[in-house]
Ligand binder design. Sequence first.
Ligand code: ARG
Length: 603
Amino acid sequence: MASSLPKLSEVPDTDPSSCILDAFRIGIAKKVSDAIPELTLEQVYSGVDYGKKGVDFTIALPRFRLKEKVDVLAKKVIDQFQADDFVESITHDKAFLHFQLNTKSMIREILTQVTSQTRLGASEEQKANKEWQGTYGTNTTGNGKTCLIEYSSPNIAKDFHVGHLRSTIIGAFLANVYKACGWNVVSMNYLGDWGTQFGLISVGFERYGSQEELEKNAIKHLFEIYVKINKDAAEDPQVKVDAANFFKRMEDGDEDALKNWRSWRELSVKKYEAEYDRLNVKFDIYNGESMVGQEWMDKAVARLNEMNLIDEVNGAKLVNLEKWKLGKAVVRKKDGTSIYLTRDIGGAIERYEKYKFDKMIYVISSQQDLHVSQFFKVLELMEFPWAKNCVHVNYGLVQGMSTRKGTVVFLDQIIREAASVMHEQMQKNEDKYKAVEDPEYTSLELGITGVKIQDMAAKRINNYTFNWDRMLSFEGDTGPYLQYAHVRLASIGRKNPQFLPLPAPSQIDITTLIESSHAREIAFLLGSYPDVVKTALKTHEPSGVVTFAFRLSHAISSAWETVIVKGEEDEEKARARMWLYECAREVLAAAMRLLSLRPLERM
Ligand code: ARG
């Protein structure tokens, strides 16, 4: 199903075979560079932007900084203009040239591409593989490159706070985006599984620990012990001394001291894995602060010493970063025990040696901006050539996260609360509720979608207030609304089986789509999806994809009344519309999966 557009020159970094709008943009650029010979095709191409409302593409002429006046340039382009398979019409508004694509070829080309690169046009073999979801929207720009993404990274025996949840959601999204762009992705969870608190818990475990409780729910039990022993420590200073001694034994590798800790870690990871699974999140590696090799930290400190970057103050070693307004960073405490920063430095070197990554992303709250800046600065001062490939993806705070029972400490509380609030919402509509096949699964998935969408809807750096009612409503731009839009699309196929499977694209008469501005808008949005993915890779912002999913859902919902399938007597028309909706379903589902959601078929 190749494109039937005329062949045009190639432009670097474009690929019409995965993004047909690239071909249209080249078509536009060619018209302009033909009319203005001072500009090369590539120069013009880089200036072809999406237009504002109702305009497909726009070129802002001043960006080219040519001697001639912009009106003169615009006139040249307009005088030469001839409509063709790429462009239908052109207008100019002062310094801007606006282009409308040829509706017929645009719709046909986009729907054909979507079809051939999704399950709609899957081969028998691809269809047999339920996991195969198609390639539409993906690209190969990252082929051969490895990206290590560290995210979630909760602390064992402490609470899983919303910051960790955000890191999990954003990190999972980034892992999907990098994969969609052809990168080899290593997803890593860097557990807070080391540090003086484990000395405390060990002392606490002797007093309050129960093997049975531990097996039941390690995360919960360890947290309870942590709370109790902290209380004890507040009254009895000896507790802290014992704890410090115990942790020192752990650091020295004393097997007896490590035995319990090992099983706590293991049981906690098991529990986490089950919860991440519900969130549709998977890690390739469970790393942790405990696993950073001593040799790497020693080497790092030695190298800093050699490079004269270390100041000694009262036996502690500090890296002086004042020149960069980053203060003084402690890399070794007086008693020689390691600390967070040192583990990060050693860990980064170790990861580079192991994975030879082309990029390493840390998804960590903006509360740790200073820490990460210090950490990256130290790597840079140590002159590691890969230091510049380390990226901090940060995000703002979440306020007001609690359940009806009180403050949230565990991830499973968040998941359960989302599911139960959702379940209640659904029960409010009795008839609908009865029709849902598996209300447990559906409410869980809707609840999780609500949490995720609320989290990804705005720019990462913004703070937001957690609000169960708002995020789980079916009205407004919420997760449940998005799932609903998908369910509605999925039901068209179920309700009109006589049109399925669709004939080959070339056999479908799309006249009715060409006549509908709603259909045009949907098709154009579908065509822009590959760009949405590329932008997400550049900005590391999930919000662009969320916005796209809502725009598409809104466009579809405005089309329902006029672009009808059921009740349409003309079969040709019904079939063409069905094609449009089937393509829309595929692309909406792809965008949702990119956001780590599981699109629902029914609700
Ligand atoms: N466990 C840390 C915390 O909860 C987050 C770890 C972030 N990653 C890192 N490499 N420092 O605060």
